[in-house]
Design a protein around this ligand. Structure first.
Ligand SMILES: *Cc1c(COP(=O)(O)O)cnc(C)c1O
Length: 351
C-alpha cells in the first residue's frame, strides 16, 4: 500500500517552513504593518497571496477538483524541481524517465544529483511497461510520463498508464499533461481522487497562451500538495501572474477558440506537408506541434533559419533521427512556413 510518509525525505519531513507575515493573518480589511512593505505604490507594494487561494478556487472549480489538490508554481518546471527536492535523496535515489521525452526531467534530476534510469519508448512511441517495471528498484521514487509526449507528439495508452500507477506503490507517477488540451484523450485529472500516488502536471503556457506569466500546476492528493507547499518559495507566484491568470479564466472562451484554431491549422499543415517530396513521415499529433521526418534535416533546418523561420531540430534525438519539430502557429505563420517549404522542395530536387 502506498504511504506518503515513507516517501518524503527525512530532512523535509523535519523541516519547519518559513512562515510569512501574510500566512499568519489572512483577513483582507486591516492596516497591514506586519511585512515591512512600502505604504505607497498600491497595489504592487503588497506581497502576493502565498497560497494563491482566489486563483486556486477558480482553477479547481474549472477542473472539478478541490483547491487543496492543486499546487501552483512558477511554471510546471517549479513543480518538477520540487518533486525532486521533496522525494529524491541526492546521491541515493533514482527516477525513471522514458526516452525520448521533455528535457527538464533530466535537468532537474542532474541538479538534484539523482540517478536517471532511461527507458526507451517502443518504435511506435508507446511506453514499454514491462521494461519500466523491470527498472524499478527500492530507490526509485518518481516515474515521469509525458502524455501527449514532447517531442513525439503522441499520447500514451491510458490503460498502460493506469496499470503503472497501480503497480508502482513505492513512489509517484508524474504525468505531464502540458498538451492535454490539444489531445483526443481525456485528462487523468478526473480520476485524481482514485490514486494516492499520482501527480498530474498542467500549465498555462500552451493552450492558455500564457507562457510569459510562468504559471504551472500540479494536481495530486492533498498530502502530496501540502509537501510541495511546505518547501516552495513563500511568494512563488507573483501578483501580476495571479491577476493575469484570473483574467484569462474569466474569458476562458478565448482559450477554447485558440485550441480550435490550432487544431484546424494542425490538420491543414499535415495535409500540406504530405505534398512535399522531402517529407518522409508525419507522426500523428495529439499536441500543438508536428514531428516530421525529412530527407537531410540539417539542410532544411538551416534553410529555414536563413528565411528567418525557427523550428526545433530533433534529428539527434533517440527514435527521432531525421526529424524536425514544427510548432503550429497562426494561420499567417503557417502559410509562410508552407510557402518556404514548397520553395525548398523545388531547390532540393535540383541538387
Ligand atoms: C512546454 C512544456 C511544459 C510547460 O512548462 P512551463 O514551465 O509550465 O512553461 C511542461 N511540460 C512539457 C512536456 C512541455 O513541453
Amino acid at each position: 500500500m502506498f504511504n506518503i510518509d515513507q516517501l518524503i525525505r527525512d530532512n523535509i519531513k523535519a523541516l519547519k517552513p518559513y512562515s510569512s507575515a501574510r500566512e499568519e493573518y489572512t483577513g483582507k480589511e486591516a492596516l497591514f504593518l506586519d511585512a515591512n512593505e512600502n505604504p505607497f505604490n498600491n497595489p504592487y507594494n503588497r506581497y502576493p497571496d502565498p497560497l494563491q487561494l482566489e486563483l486556486k478556487y477558480k482553477l479547481a472549480n474549472l477542473k472539478g477538483i478541490i483547491h487543496n489538490q492543486l499546487f501552483l508554481g512558477n511554471g510546471s518546471d517549479e513543480a518538477i524541481d520540487l518533486l525532486f527536492r521533496a522525494f529524491c535523496e541526492p546521491g541515493k535515489d533514482n527516477v525513471i524517465i522514458p526516452d525520448p521525452t521533455y528535457g527538464m526531467y533530466r535537468v532537474c534530476a542532474d541538479i538534484n544529483n539523482t540517478e536517471v534510469r532511461n527507458v526507451s519508448l517502443q518504435e511506435d512511441f508507446q511506453i514499454d511497461l514491462a521494461l519500466i517495471k523491470k527498472r524499478i528498484n527500492k530507490n526509485t521514487k518518481l516515474i515521469f510520463l509525458c502524455s501527449p509526449n514532447n517531442p513525439t507528439s503522441n499520447s500514451f495508452d491510458r490503460q498502460k498508464m493506469i496499470e503503472l500507477i497501480n503497480h508502482f506503490q513505492t513512489g509517484l507517477v508524474v504525468i505531464d499533461e502540458a498538451y492535454i488540451d490539444f489531445s483526443m484523450q481525456k485528462s487523468l485529472v478526473e480520476q485524481i481522487s482514485e490514486f494516492k500516488n499520482l501527480v498530474i502536471l498542467q500549465t498555462m503556457s500552451k493552450a492558455w497562451g500564457l507562457a510569459g506569466i510562468r504559471l504551472g500546476m500540479a494536481i495530486a492528493d492533498k498530502k502530496i500538495i501540502s509537501v510541495l507547499n511546505k518547501i516552495k518559495y513563500p511568494y512563488n507566484v507573483n501578483s501580476l501572474s495571479q491577476q493575469k491568470a484570473l483574467e484569462a479564466i474569466s474569458s476562458a472562451s478565448d482559450k477554447i477558440y485558440w485550441v480550435q484554431q490550432i487544431l484546424s491549422q494542425r490538420k491543414m499543415m499535415e495535409e500540406e506537408l504530405y505534398k512535399l517530396r522531402f517529407v518522409k513521415h508525419i507522426y500523428p499529433s495529439d499536441a500543438n506541434f508536428l514531428l516530421i521526418k525529412v530527407k537531410n534535416p540539417l539542410a532544411l533546418y538551416n534553410y529555414l533559419v536563413k528565411q528567418k523561420i525557427i523550428v526545433r531540430d530533433r534529428s539527434n534525438v533517440h527514435l527521432c533521427e531525421g526529424c524536425l519539430r514544427f510548432t503550429v502557429g497562426s494561420k499567417k505563420e503557417n502559410k509562410r512556413l508552407i510557402e518556404v517549404l514548397f520553395e525548398y522542395d523545388e531547390i532540393f530536387e535540383i541538387d
